[in-house]
Design a protein around this ligand. Structure first.
Ligand SMILES: [Zn+2]
Length: 636
């Protein structure tokens, strides 16, 4: 946004606080109808009526979307922008600096401005379903906190498609054409509407979950194929357990009802975006269809659900801005995402979405990856959080030297360390569960609400559970450069990270499912490279044996010890070199030239796993035990 608009916000925030929120919301709501009926053609439309007064006005679309941790260039896809008033087309001009702002002058006598927008290539839709996040079609006056702008939404979908959302229905379904129909919802605010995605599809199944827990919880599933949206009974029972386990852990809620929205399709990428009263989750068509497929997705629903407490209700102070235009600051993302990463995996294990052994073996994969991340030699975990907006996505090449959004997994190890330390200090009488009930439950049960925090509050709440130098604990692990990962939680939990010559069962399962951690060939902890199935090196571990042999990402391995490259020929060569002095001979192709390289490595294959340390307290398995008695899934 422009500097002048930002100044306006400050004035308006002060003014609105003086007015009180009820007066501020007494305004006539903006009316917006999002038309998703052309999902199959990758284009959405919106008709928006905005209450206005005569004179200049600046309208804006969102840039900093909560939960994405970087500015989103969605404005690139906004097309067909036409403003009309009293039947006349009005001219508009984009701001010279802020591409998200439109400037207009409203003529005398006009009280409603009509805007038409199209959104092209929205991202997650097929001929049978659509997952819709409102930010692509929202338009509202700039310079006003989005929590203070009233808006009333409607959604048009192909006739007969089911609709899942946390928005509150209002009024009857109306037919908009012979083939489409429109669902109407109660007025809300721009802030809440952005936080309330919609999934819709021909094959749609809404399940009520754990009905004994209030308020109501649902999972709304849409799929490309009939039958998939029905979910298998075992998975459904585990998702019911998830609701019970979260209730037992957090002991509060901050929503009026909660909807887990889930799309099952191979046509679009995966998705996980948190919201206060819902979450937008997407996996491949068969992503929960059997235990093998489910393992890589096991913590998705529990992670995004946890964000309703940690991230939505409790939000790092600088990550919460009054609008979607002011840059968000990510320095506390190791709490927002890191603690959610920890709790999401713990809840998945407590619910049965994965078992305790799978939990441990996947923790080993994550811990090993961090421990061998060479970029930790120059970059702190806090820096990965501060720099979040420039670390998402990008090339995998040299990514271990660069580091990525490591605050997720670093945070998981940090909060495991805190959990096991609390257990150790209190002889297992207290745990991080007690901290969560305090930190995430302040204010008791509420509707959707954002309560910002700073680091001292975390320290005070940890001290309330058990006195300790928590300020130093956090500072040492987050702000300092640490050449090794924080493995103390695993060790206090009664286990040790070791490397074996065969992948763990969980790693084999992930590889079988083509999961993201197992794709291609993993020789990361042995010769120090990962390669795609065709031999193209996706990354080289900085300071590792392949790095010392001057290999680089993008180079293609043609042959290994005289044999054509395959996953098996590479593994066989690593095995054969074990205990010898003979290097592994490679023939490579780089930029159209053929070269050769020798890797001097003789320690055999190495895959991470956890082993139990006898005679120590087994806190890790205590942590993943259910807090509740698993109940059956309700009949639907
Ligand atoms: Zn998250």
């Amino acid at each position: 946004m422009s500097i002048s608009a930002r100044r306006n916000i400050l004035a308006l925030v002060a003014g609105l606080l003086a007015m009180g929120s009820s007066a501020a919301l007494a305004q006539t709501p903006i009316q917006i109808t999002a038309d998703l009926s052309e999902a199959a053609r990758k284009i959405y439309h919106a008709e928006i009526d905005i209450p206005v007064k005569a004179g200049p006005i600046t309208l804006i679309t969102p840039q900093w979307i909560p939960g994405t941790h970087r500015p989103t260039p969605i404005v690139d896809s906004i097309t067909g922008v036409v403003f009309t008033a009293n039947g006349e087309t009005l001219t508009w001009r984009r701001d010279n600096v802020d591409m998200f702002e439109y400037h207009l002058t409203i003529p005398k006598g006009v009280t409603t401005l009509h805007a038409h927008l199209d959104l092209i290539n929205p991202g997650r839709q097929t001929t049978k379903l659509a997952a819709f996040e409102w930010e692509g079609l929202l338009l509202y006056p700039a310079g006003i906190p989005v929590a203070k702008i009233a808006i009333q939404p409607s959604v048009t979908v192909p006739k007969g498609w089911g609709v899942g959302t946390a928005l509150v229905p209002e009024g009857e379904l109306t037919a908009s054409s012979a083939t489409t129909e429109t669902h109407h919802f109660a007025p809300t605010t721009v802030e809440q509407l952005e936080d309330s995605p919609v999934d819709t599809g021909l094959y749609f199944h809404e399940f009520a979950l754990a009905p004994e827990i209030k308020p109501a919880h649902f999972i709304d599933v849409v799929s490309d194929e009939p039958g998939d949206c029905d979910l298998r009974p075992a998975t459904l029972a585990e998702i019911n357990n998830l609701i019970r386990e979260a209730d037992a852990l957090y002991k509060s809620h901050h929503y009026n009802q909660y909807h887990l929205l889930l799309t099952l399709t191979d046509a679009t990428g995966g998705q996980g975006l948190e919201h206060g009263q819902s979450s937008d989750n997407g996996v491949n068509e068969k992503g929960f269809a059997d235990d093998t497929q489910q393992l890589g997705n096991a913590d998705l629903l529990s992670h995004e659900f946890t964000h309703s407490w940690n991230g939505k209700y409790r939000r790092p102070a600088r990550l919460y801005q009054p609008d979607f235009a002011t840059p968000q600051q990510g320095d506390l993302l190791w709490v927002y995402e890191g603690m959610t990463q920890y709790l999401g995996n713990v809840l998945a294990a407590r619910s049965g979405l994965k078992n305790q052994q799978q939990y441990r073996e996947m923790l080993a994969l994550s811990a090993a990856q961090l421990d061998y991340k060479t970029g930790r030699e120059w970059r702190s975990t806090e820096d990965t959080a501060i720099a979040s907006s420039i670390l998402r996505g990008g090339s995998q090449s040299w990514s271990n030297w660069k580091r990525g959004q490591d605050y997720y997994q670093e945070g998981e190890l940090l909060w495991l360390d805190a959990d096991t330390l609390i257990r150790k200090l209190t002889d297992n009488k207290k745990s991080l569960n007690d901290f969560e009930a305090i930190f995430l439950g302040k204010g008791g049960n509420t509707g959707p609400l954002i309560v910002p925090y700073e680091r001292p509050e975390l320290i005070a709440d940890l001290n309330e559970v058990v006195p300790y130098d928590w300020a130093k604990f956090l500072h040492d692990r987050i702000d300092n450069i640490n050449p090794h990962a924080d493995l103390a939680g695993i060790e206090q939990g009664g286990y040790k990270l070791v490397y074996k010559d065969e992948p763990s069962q969980a790693q084999k399962t992930l590889m079988a499912a083509g999961g993201r951690r197992g794709a291609g060939v993993s020789a990361w902890y042995s010769i120090g490279l990962s390669a795609m199935a065709d031999g193209t090196i996706s990354d080289v571990r900085f300071h590792g044996p392949a790095d010392q042999a001057k290999l680089s990402p993008g180079v293609k391995i043609y042959a290994v010890n005289g044999k054509v490259f395959s996953a098996d020929s590479l593994k066989a060569a690593i095995k054969a070199a074990k205990g010898t002095t003979e290097p592994i001979h490679l023939i490579l192709e780089q930029d159209g030239f053929v070269t050769m390289a020798d890797i001097n490595y003789h320690d055999g294959e190495r895959y991470p796993t956890l082993v139990r340390v006898d005679g120590t307290p087994d806190y890790l398995d205590d942590i993943t035990k259910p807090l509740t008695t698993p109940g059956p899934a309700p009949k639907q």
